[in-house]
Each structure stands twice: as C-alpha cells, then as structure tokens.
Write a protein that binds this ligand. Structure first.
Ligand code: BTN
Length: 254
C-alpha cells in the first residue's frame, strides 16, 4: 500500500497524544506563519469540535482526528467549494483504500449505509474581510466497535472497522486522504471548481432524492437537483420553485 504521495500536504506533520482540538493546534501554527499543508493529528481530542458548536467524540486510537492548514488563493466567497472538495477527498480515499461504498451528503458528511463515518469542519480566519487561511478539520471513525459508541451515536454513526470487519491502518488511511486532498486541491487551483463539482456529484447520496434542509432560515422540503458553481445546493421545492441553499444540514426523507 502506498503512503504519502504528496509534495506539500502532510510534509510538516505533528502527531500528538492528546489535545483539546487539532483545529486549535493548527490555528496556532497558522498564526505563527507556518506554510500551507501543515497537519496536526491527535490520538485523542478532549474537546473535539463539530459543526454548529457541537462536540465531536474523539476517543484515543479509534479515529483519524486531523487538521490541515490551507492558504488558498481564492476569495472568501469560495470557501464553500473547499468544504465540498475536502469531503470529496475523504470519500474517495475511503473508497479506494478500503473498498467501502462511501458517499457524500451535502455539504460534506461522508456516509456509509446511511450512517455518518466522517465529519468535516472548515474554519476560516479573516483579516479586513479577506481570507487569511482555512483550517480543514477531518474526523474519520476508523476502529470503533459497535460498543465503543455512546448511546446517542450508535444509531447514526459507523466506522470502517464495523463496515469491513477488520481493523484499518490509520496512518496509511491518513496518508491516502492527504494524497487525494492534494491532488484535488491542485486540480481546483488550476482548473477551477467545475471538475470538482462533477466528481462530487458522482459520489453524492443526496441528489435526486427527497430531502429536508434546515438552516437559520427555517426548514424546506424538496428534491436536491445538484450543486451550482459556488458549491451551493439547488433544491426544487414541492411547489416547483427552485431555491439555492448556501448552508445548513439536510436529511434524506425518501
Ligand atoms: C461535523 O461533522 O460536525 C464536523 C466534525 C469535525 C471533526 C474534526 S476531528 C479533527 C478536527 N478537530 C476538531 O476539533 N474537529 C475536527
């Protein structure tokens, strides 16, 4: 199996036993001026962070808890594209490394058999309304057993060990994710978002399905038609009206 095949991503990597959150570690490195592609991995996070201020359960040795520093050329407006790109990279790495049939739920949850196996948290640092850097946080449930999940997670989460019946090498999988991420990121910087959007749509589990979107504006039901050039989700409501959803969470209802 192939390890890290990157020029930049993960070439500076810090592996920690325990930290509150790898996001905070990378933020510190970024503020010290460390260059793009620096990575922090932790065996355990004691205060792992999820989207919408939620906590991310990150027990020792069970997953990949990793944050990567990005310093994209693009403007702030394009960070949703980076979010989709990161989910796509993880999904492709999981599929090629383990053969598990993983898919992506907009914007960037990676699911297997309807259960979440990976979550992504993209955080941006701004200065005078300009993008200074982004931190891509990736949490993959790798070697959880069914019994390892607390009650509230066991119906909605799964791990690669549960799906394959085998333990999976976290180091090699992390290397595969970084390799995939660097390739897609290069493609994105050189060719733009359209190629990424097509690859993303091919692995999406939410397109052409009835969905419910909830965000700050409320709840909308409809059918997901695709993503637009900014990475937003296009939804056709029951009354036929088409709307564009820039953020939020979706659930599949069909
Ligand atoms: C979500 O689906 O809500 C996003 C979860 C993101 C978890 C990862 S684990 C590594 C990085 N450090 C954190 O504190 N969070 C992200």
């Amino acid at each position: 199996q192939l390890a890290l095949q990157t020029e930049v991503f993960g070439r500076k990597a810090i592996i920690m036993q325990s930290t509150p959150s790898t996001q905070g570690e990378v933020q510190q490195l970024a503020d010290e001026g460390v260059s793009e592609g620096a990575v922090v991995l932790a065996e355990e996070q004691t205060n792992g962070r999820g989207r919408y201020g939620r906590r991310w359960y990150s027990p020792p040795g069970k997953g990949i808890w990793m944050s990567i520093l990005l310093r994209p050329q693009q403007s702030l407006r394009n960070t949703p594209q980076l979010t989709l790109l990161t989910g796509l990279a993880v999904c492709r790495a999981i599929r090629s490394f383990t053969g598990v049939d993983a898919g992506i739920k907009w914007p960037n949850d990676v699911l297997v058999n309807g259960r979440k196996i990976c979550g992504i948290l993209m955080e941006s640092a701004l200065e005078d309304h300009e993008l200074r850097y982004c931190i891509a946080g990736i949490g993959v449930d790798v070697n959880f057993d069914k019994q390892d999940y607390p009650e509230e997670l066991s119906p909605i989460a799964t791990s690669l060990q549960i799906e394959t019946g085998k333990t999976v090498d976290r180091t090699l999988l992390a290397a595969a994710i970084l390799t995939e991420l660097e390739q897609l990121y290069d493609m994105y910087q050189k060719q733009g978002f359209n190629v990424i959007a097509a690859l993303w749509e091919a692995l999406s589990v939410s397109l052409h399905r009835d969905i419910k979107v909830s965000n700050a504006h409320g709840i909308v039901e409809g059918m997901a038609l695709g993503i637009d050039s900014s990475g937003a989700l296009i939804v056709q409501k029951k009354d036929g009206e088409r709307i564009t959803v820039f953020s939020g969470e979706i659930s599949l209802t069909d």
